[in-house]
Design a protein around this ligand. Structure first.
Ligand SMILES: Cc1cc2nc3c(=O)[nH]c(=O)nc-3n(C[C@H](O)[C@H](O)[C@H](O)COP(=O)(O)OP(=O)(O)OC[C@H]3O[C@@H](n4cnc5c(N)ncnc54)[C@H](O)[C@@H]3O)c2cc1C
Length: 239
């Protein structure tokens, strides 16, 4: 999943596993403070790409206009489970919307192009069910959703080879911002993500591109307008 981002980041100084606690502005430059108190910077400009609530916590106090816009965005949660079966599931579909169930959607993961066949399914709970069970343990939620999966596919239960549940607290934007990104040009602070202008991976990508272009346009530069991404083979190569 991360192959494209990894390739785009080649040659860049990328720090991962850093929880940003605060952003500070001194002498017209940005400084970033992590949860352990370490400081990064100084930077000419800053783009925050966290979900809206975390973005709000960072930009609040720096840009009232941005903070007000971000406050209007709400995200819905989603409990998701991945399950690896030991025997092929005998069903005539690769994906299904499930009705009248805690499950909203199930999909056979290994039927996607270039996957190794391994009877792997992903399960998504409904928004309402996820919200109502948000603080339950991953083990309890996984047990319930796997039970519902067997009920939905109407097949004899199997002991899974592997199963794991994941709580996505900020999974999908409910109220999108109409604009592709937020920018406070006076302090060169921007925010973007799938909650700006359009959801899902495509929305996040277009939002990030638009924010970068807007910041660089002020400096007379341009990233580019379009990317053409083409999977060449299975070894993470693309153009
Ligand atoms: C279960 C599930 C399945 C999905 N399936 C699909 C699909 O099939 N196709 C599709 O197009 N989209 C899918 N989506 C949506 C897609 O994952 C999102 O639209 C996309 O990841 C949004 O990208 P983003 O960069 O805006 O935000 P995110 O991917 O949410 O990235 C934000 C990042 O900010 C980090 N962060 C937050 N606060 C801080 C902080 N203080 N300091 C440092 N880092 C911080 C977070 O850890 C996170 O890594 C799915 C989403 C879910 C939940």
């Amino acid at each position: 999943m991360s192959a494209i981002a990894k390739l785009l980041s080649i040659g860049l100084d990328v720090r991962t596993d850093v929880a940003v606690q605060a952003i500070r502005r001194n002498d017209d430059r940005w400084h970033v403070e992590d949860a352990g108190g370490a400081m990064y910077g100084a930077f000419d400009a800053l783009i925050v790409t966290a979900p809206p609530l975390q973005t709000l916590a960072l930009v609040d106090g720096h840009s009232p206009v941005m903070a007000e816009a971000i406050s209007s965005v709400r995200m819905s949660p989603c409990w998701a489970v991945i399950i690896q079966l030991t025997e092929t599931l005998q069903v005539a579909f690769d994906a299904a919307f499930i009705h009248e169930s805690p499950l909203a959607w199930i999909a056979r993961n290994d039927s996607k192009p270039q996957r190794q066949i391994g009877n792997c399914w992903t399960l998504h709970a409904t928004e309402d069910w996820s919200r109502g069970h948000l603080d339950e343990s991953a083990d309890d939620v996984t047990r319930t959703l796997v039970h519902e999966f067997w009920h939905a596919v109407a097949q004899p239960t199997q002991l899974p080879g592997f199963v794991a549940g994941h709580r996505w607290r900020y999974a999908r934007p409910i109220d999108l911002l109409p604009q592709r990104f937020l920018l406070d040009p006076a302090i060169r602070l921007a925010a973007c993500g799938d909650w700006c202008g359009g959801p899902r991976i495509e929305g996040a990508f277009l939002s990030g591109l638009a924010a970068a272009n807007a910041l660089l346009n002020g400096a007379g530069e341009r990233v580019c307008q379009t990317y053409r991404i083409e999977v060449v083979d299975q070894e993470d190569k693309f153009q």
